[in-house]
Design a protein around this ligand. Structure first.
Ligand SMILES: Nc1ncnc2c1ncn2[C@@H]1O[C@H](COP(=O)(O)OP(=O)(O)OP(=O)(O)O)[C@@H](O)[C@H]1O
Length: 294
């Protein structure tokens, strides 16, 4: 299987401050891949290095099996890119930018771009400076997709799009993905990744802390334990996200269930529930792992 993106020990420092450290990433051609992490984790840095917009500090990376340090031009001609903050010339009209970006790809994209404008409800005759943030985003989406790229790299694409437009946008991506386009979607919105991506990597503080199928990432042995009555789980192993209210205690528990039952049996409690944690809680656990725990 061909790799759409591969990195080996990819590292970027901004002076002495950390951008990304030792990133190993593998995205196969045809995947809908999620790149998820909190603000400042290093998502944009990774993408900018892959795009050749900034220089890596060390490590290696290939996009569509081409070395980012040696074959930048070829890479750019085959991919679509949606930057997180699109900066455009304010006096230009939307359609001029669309044409300019098509010319860069030396392709007649008129039919596709007209179709995209209609689906995303963008009036391309307006001047860019007069467009709202969401409408500029649509323009960037059209520029990223009109030339039918093999790989589309999207850096937090949905900010600014209203729910209806988000739905249409993902519909377009899904259709393209079905026809073979690889999607690399950076996001801090978990539900987005969960709904559309097959596999994902989680990045925190510049490092990949987990990767795999979205289902796999969501799987864990931990259970959500909720106890009504007086219960103190301190001393039990692998207790996370402890929440205490007046007469109830709730936490994620990943330790031996017998230890827990033993402790519970020694206290008078009024009610107990044991349930699967939802994906949101699991990601929260990935995000906060390594920080001080209760
Ligand atoms: N030009 C820069 N100069 C110095 N440090 C930078 C620069 N750009 C990014 N950083 C730092 O690199 C780290 C990673 O930032 P990056 O923008 O890649 O994160 P991100 O995951 O894309 O976050 P967000 O969701 O907020 O866009 C942060 O600590 C950030 O402060």
């Amino acid at each position: 299987m061909m790799n759409a993106i591969r990195t080996e020990g990819l590292t970027k420092y901004y002076g002495r401050s950390r951008g990304i450290v030792d990133l190993d990433l593998e995205v196969c051609e045809g995947e809908f891949f999620g790149f998820i992490g909190p603000n400042g984790a290093g998502k944009s840095t990774t993408i900018r290095v892959l795009m050749g917009l900034i220089q890596k500090t060390h490590g290696s990376a290939w996009v569509l099996e081409k070395d980012i340090s040696k074959e930048k031009e070829q890479i750019l001609s085959e991919i679509g890119y949606l930057p997180s903050e699109a900066v455009f010339y304010p006096d230009m009209r939307g359609r001029d930018l669309i044409r300019l970006s098509a010319e860069l790809h030396r392709k007649d994209c008129r039919k596709v771009s007209a179709d995209l404008c209609e689906r995303l409800q963008l009036d391309p005759s307006r001047r860019i400076g007069e467009l709202s943030f969401g409408n500029r985003k649509k323009l960037a989406v059209i520029c990223a997709l009109q030339h039918d790229p093999r790989l589309c790299i999207l850096d937090e694409p949905t900010g600014g799009l209203d729910p209806l437009m988000q739905r249409e946008f993902f519909e377009i991506l899904k259709e393209r993905n079905k026809k073979g386009m690889t999607v690399f979607l950076s996001s801090h919105i978990l539900s987005e990744v969960q709904r559309f991506c097959g596999r994902a990597a989680i990045i925190r503080e510049g490092r990949i802390i987990a990767s795999g199928s979205v289902e796999e990432l969501a799987r864990t042995n931990a259970k959500r334990i909720s106890v009504r009555g007086n219960f103190d789980p301190s001393g039990l192993p692998d207790v996370r996200d402890l929440q205490k209210a007046d007469d109830s205690t709730s936490f994620l528990y990943g330790g031996d269930i017998n230890l827990l039952l033993d402790r519970l049996s020694r206290q008078r409690i009024m009610d107990l529930s044991i349930s699967e944690p939802d994906l949101e809680e699991i990601f929260l656990h990935y995000y906060t792992e390594g920080e001080e725990q209760v």
